[in-house]
Design a protein around this ligand. Sequence first.
Ligand code: THU
Length: 134
Amino acid sequence: MPKELDPELRERLLREAEGALDRSYAPYSSFHVGAAILTGSGRIQAAANVECASYGLSCCAERSAIFAAVAAEGPDLRIDAVAVATRPAAVAAPCGACRQVIWEFGREAVVLYPGEEGVCERTIAELLPAGFIL
Ligand code: THU
């Protein structure tokens, strides 16, 4: 069962995702995305999307945050929750690639993202029902 997110921690995670928006490098799409990861050790790792003139090399905010968390904590990283924010405001569930990477590190992760009516909360298993396993 996914862990229930403490309401205060949930707010902090959303604030950290918002805070990362200012660090987004998105000169091509002008779509700024911030993400914050709550790790199994209780740390919060935030990061933003990073684009490149060769568009396909760009990296989403969610994966930027996860890779930064692995760099900081090492390969035993676990993800309990992920929060996403965008500027401009938009409905923005994590893309398929990011869902697979979230799932890699947190089979029971809770994902918070801007939905049609405010923050939407789903488990990664709901967002990615049949993730790839190797
Ligand atoms: N983007 C993210 O950061 N996360 C997603 O889940 C989807 C898209 C970024 C990639 C690109 O920099 C911009 O949004 C427009 O696609």
